[in-house]
Design a protein around this ligand. Sequence first.
Ligand code: XMP
Length: 515
Amino acid sequence: MKKELVIVLDFGGQYNQLVARRVRECNVYCEIYSYKTDLEKIKAMNPKGIILTGGPNSCYEADSPTYSKELFELGIPVLGLCYGAQLMMHVLGGKVEKADHREYGKTEVLVDKTSSKIFEGVSEKTICWMSHFDYISQVAPGFEITSHTDNCPCASSENAEKGLYAIQFHPEVLHTQEGSKMLYNFVRGVCGCSGDWRMDNFVEEQIKAIREKVGDGKVLCALSGGVDSSVAAVLLSKAIGNQLTCVFVDHGLLRKNEGDEVEAVFGPEGPYELNFIRVNAQQRYYEKLKGVEEPEAKRKIIGEEFIRVFEEEAKKIGKVDFLVQGTIYPDVVESGLGGESAVIKSHHNVGGLPDHVDFKEIIEPLRDLFKDEVRKAGLELGIPEYLVFRQPFPGPGLGIRIIGEVTEEKVKIVQDADAIYREEIANAGLDRSIGQYFAALTNMRSVGVMGDERTYDYAIALRAVNTIDFMTAESAQIPYEVLNKVMSRIINEVRGVNRVMYDLTSKPPGTIEFE
Ligand code: XMP
């Protein structure tokens, strides 16, 4: 199925997923692995190329992440980025030292070797994103410097004969204006990948693979109405038709009216052929969540309850062999199963599954895809654009947008505030341009005054972020008038709220969700 593979060895850099996504944009399949991955395992994967990511360490310090010299002797092209570039030099006999000043930000890089395969079609003076303290003061034997900047004598170097390339800057970030071209030159030019990773192929192959795997078994799909599970459900329904039953659990933590909207699309009145079951489990969830304040405990409960409800539905349906989940690749990496990233939150559809699951197997057809690829697959499947481009909504729903204990009353407050926020963002024409935006209920109550009355009510936090990969994000610049209108409407229309705040925090250090 996956003929050509490029692997990204993660040395703890914040852009590891971005590197993989950029490679995939070159129609080359790419996976992320920890730098601790064994050489034998790497050989067995038979990659066409290896990319070493950046990272926060200094490669000459004793405990820093490293890799043995043999990695560079496999005859497989290697591209080192930032820390990866320094490490390549360090391991192969060059010299890396601490610089007097950090080189940070957009920097003009001057290409010295215009005939370098990496710089094919790239301007001789090109803007790149630099972020480093250490610098390569001497390249390893056999390497030649191919570009420099005012402050950095070696912005890139190569041993073309051995297929080894080191780049000090970050071609994967958008600030590096011709970075995509450089990565394309590496994977398609140097590594010789033909570009066989395409979404139309993916859809076709998945349909085939699902049919083979499932046989005449019965499949139960956890449908949330979000992009991922909707694409998974339609993929499954195309593959196996009415062997598929979609169960939609209304856990009472959905956005306002969302339950009915999901039913309208996937239910019997909708365009798809599926067995659709809606379970109204709202009260059950509120009971379970009573008194629980700790974020991970709430996630765990919501995740476990999900599985219990499915088990119950499965029993009613009769024998069920497979359970489908809309897990995507960033969930896998962020749960600590892929690269080096720490377990930040247990995403309930990956890390937080209860041990006891009453199904033969879980099918995760989108497990290898980034979000933009899921959307492309959705369009390939003919799913309408308004569904495909829906903003992401987390599995635990409003449960992680209400800080502290979840109650029915708080759910209603955050639903109403969020609906107003979304409406005004759409009215202002910003709904397609902001990555993700929502209202959250802080656990803070404060004193206010309304009319002549003293109030003691909750504060709503508005969140809006722009992001490429959901791993890093910046708060969106919403015009003040729009924020003001949202604030005024929430205060006037939502009982129980007397303060509205706008969250400016970027990720890191914040996360997009509040818990
Ligand atoms: P964070 O809060 O981790 O969010 O910065 C990154 C993206 O992931 C979504 N998210 C989740 N999605 N289950 C999901 O399916 C979860 O438990 C979960 N937690 C966060 C979040 O909405 C954002 O798009």
